[in-house]
Design a protein around this ligand. Sequence first.
Ligand code: HEM
Length: 137
Amino acid sequence: MALQVEVLQETFQQIKENTDEFAISFYENLFHDYPQIQPLFARTNMTEQHKHLVRALMLTIENIRDAETVNDALTQLGARHVQYGALKEYYPEFCAALLKTFELYLGENWTAEVKQAWVEAFAAISQIMLEGAEKIA
Ligand code: HEM
């Protein structure tokens, strides 16, 4: 899949200005829209988790042209998610909450083109993570 790398990197800059608020807002959206996911985080240090999520997204987007590095990191991340209880059907919900939060943060820069770029990026990220999950299943 040919991802819109420039669009992704450019728009992610805006999120990077507010990473703490972005992460807090993301998990609020996730747990509000998909309450079935909240118990998975019952024993998670959410302050640390906010940093983990943002760092993983940042590493992915900044290294997106280095397919091998990104693939390896996401495959391993997906494999670890099996023990977190991240079922396959939760991935679209997780991505929907990410898109919703991006929309909130990008405001008028959230155009149809930008939305499409992120929809495709999250689909690709989920696919690689799920391949990693299947490998150890
Ligand atoms: C775009 C996809 C996702 C990304 C980039 C992502 C990223 C991360 C990262 C970086 C961690 C920190 C721990 C580690 O590195 O192994 C983590 C932990 C976690 N993730 Fe995800 N995740 C994604 C999707 C999901 C989904 C779909 C679920 C399930 C609904 C989920 C549930 C969890 C849980 C429960 C933890 C906490 C583990 C703990 O308590 O230590 N994640 N995630």
